[in-house]
Ligand binder design. Sequence first.
Ligand code: NAP
Length: 331
Amino acid sequence: MKENPRVFVSDGMDGLARRAGRDLLAPLRAAADCRVWPHVRPAAREDLREELAEAEGVLCLLTDVLDAELLAGCPDLRVISSISVGVDHIDLDAATSQDIVVGNTPGVLTETTADLAFALLLTAGRRVVEAGDFLRTGAWAKSRWAIDSFVGRDLHGATLGIVGLGPIGQAVARRAQGFGMRVLGWSRSGREVLGVRGVALEQLFAEADFVSLHVALTAETRGLIDARALAAMKPGVVLVNTARGGVIDQPALVEALESGQLGAVGLDVFESEPIDAEHPLLGFPNAVLTPHIGSASVETRVRMVDLAVANLLAGLRGEPLPACANPGAER
Ligand code: NAP
């Protein structure tokens, strides 16, 4: 490794380090000249531009947008290590053409994110948040238990359609089998997954009572779930998205909720994050909304940081990354 490569870390992650009981950045501090973003507010675009102007490596979050224009101003950058599996915030083509290797954190967050997807399927299907609010606001105390109060949808016996059969889609399929669901799946590469009936997207939309999205966000998957796709789904379907907000055309989603075409939604990700406090989605009682917490367990977040640090150190040493998102740049 070059002596003291200059590294920028866009978030000190002190809270997570306290929970983990160790300095998660210690291996990085030992091997690099490490500049950690010192403020509580996140690094803005101009801050990133300044901090990365002379950096050789960066440890970043999914909220740090590293597009072609920004990367063009980073002549020394050799490694980008993102603490995420999704890399849609990084221009991979631009990075590759600048010989910058990009690391991500696949695998270590698979089960935790699948748990959240399943939690959203259950919560949206069984109206857990809506019913909880009814109790907390005192409405229950003023009324009574009724035979049709908060009746929702059974998962057992229902058909789940999984869009995208990567690691997380497969982990959701395993959970669905345990719940006695019939599982349909679609992937662009026609992956065969045990216990999942591979079908065309149209058939999945036509037959699924619950749809869960697990494709990476790319130019091809942006807006995959548009007005046409939503209209092709079964009326009353429960739609869950723990992939990326851009996979759904959000205005079309709002319309489908308004019209009743969608029975309920469970959304962990949004076209623009954080979602505006006035956004119409917040007005639907049948929309279960979480602030991008798919991988949010202490153990998993720590595993993600450890893998991202290992990626960064390997890249600085000129070694293959444990997890590389643009293998074309590795030489
Ligand atoms: P992944 O490797 O990121 O991608 C999953 C699937 O995306 C792959 O199976 C792939 O299909 C599909 N895909 C990629 N490009 C495509 C295209 N152009 N058209 C259609 N499908 C395409 O796997 P993962 O680990 O299961 O993660 C899935 C996504 O979940 C991530 O990309 C990330 O954005 C999101 N995520 C969110 C959270 C959260 O906090 N909510 C946490 C973790 C991950 P093939 O198999 O056919 O190649």
